[in-house]
Design a protein around this ligand. Structure first.
Ligand code: BG6
Ligand code: MG
Length: 216
């Protein structure tokens, strides 16, 4: 039985990954090394500080804790300047149709995101109205693949994790869903998300019946 759906935000509901990339790239440019989109793949689903550590590893750079805090803050300020201009047009194709369908069917919905900027993105894009709960980076201490953020979402919805399905674009997120005892729909390609129960390229043409037929 599926009674709740929990959605990652970045890369699942909105294409904010491009803004994360631009902001990290600006930092790498300043530090004097190349940071490609391929490098950026490693940052998906990963917390801000861990992302910085990966970026510094790519550039072969060491920083003190204080320098790291400063660099992460600088990146976040630039990132927030981008996302504060987001509009509802940046909701990914098919997402709103699917959200409207499941709400009409009485399925409970929560966000399950590592981002501490979740509320700004939801406000700017108008996504808030589709969600009964939000579990995000401001509420958890353990990063995906730890299940904490998804278990928090299930708790806020007052739902058994076994009845929750998670939608994720990151491998660590699919693992986190399984670690929470939930099933996962991967949004993207089977090459990275092959462990998910279903993998779809995006929400266009996807509906609750297809979900139920495949995993219920
Ligand atoms: C995740 C993104 O959703 O949130 C990561 O996939 C990002 O790339 C992480 O680092 C933390 O986001 P923020 O907005 O708190 O820096
Ligand atoms: Mg994501």
């Amino acid at each position: 039985m599926i009674t709740a759906c929990i959605f990652d935000l970045d890369g699942v509901l909105v294409d904010s990954a491009k803004y994360h990339y631009l902001a990290w790239k600006a930092l790498a440019d300043k530090l004097g090394f190349e940071f490609t989109e391929k490098h950026n793949e490693r940052l998906k689903g990963v917390s801000r500080m861990k992302s910085l550590e990966i970026l510094l590893e790519v550039g072969g750079i060491t920083m003190t804790q204080e320098e790291k805090e400063k660099a992460a803050t600088e990146k976040n300020e630039l990132y927030r300047s981008y996302i504060s201009k987001m509009t509802p047009d940046e909701i990914l194709p098919g997402v709103e149709t699917f959200l409207k369908e499941i709400k009409a069917l009485g399925i409970k919905t929560s966000i399950g995101s590592a981002s501490k900027n979740t509320s700004l993105i939801m406000e700017r894009t108008g996504l808030s109205k589709y969600f009964d709960a939000v579990a995000d980076g401001t509420m958890v201490t353990k990063a995906k693949p730890d299940p904490e953020v998804f278990l928090k979402g299930a708790e806020l919805l007052n739902t058994d994790p076994k009845e929750c399905v998670v939608f994720e674009d990151a491998e660590a997120g699919v693992e986190a869903a399984h670690n929470a005892g939930m099933r996962a729909v991967g949004i993207g390609s089977t090459s990275t998300l092959g462990k998910a129960e279903i993998v779809i390229p995006g929400f266009t043409g996807f509906d609750f019946k297809t979900l139920k037929d495949k995993i219920d």
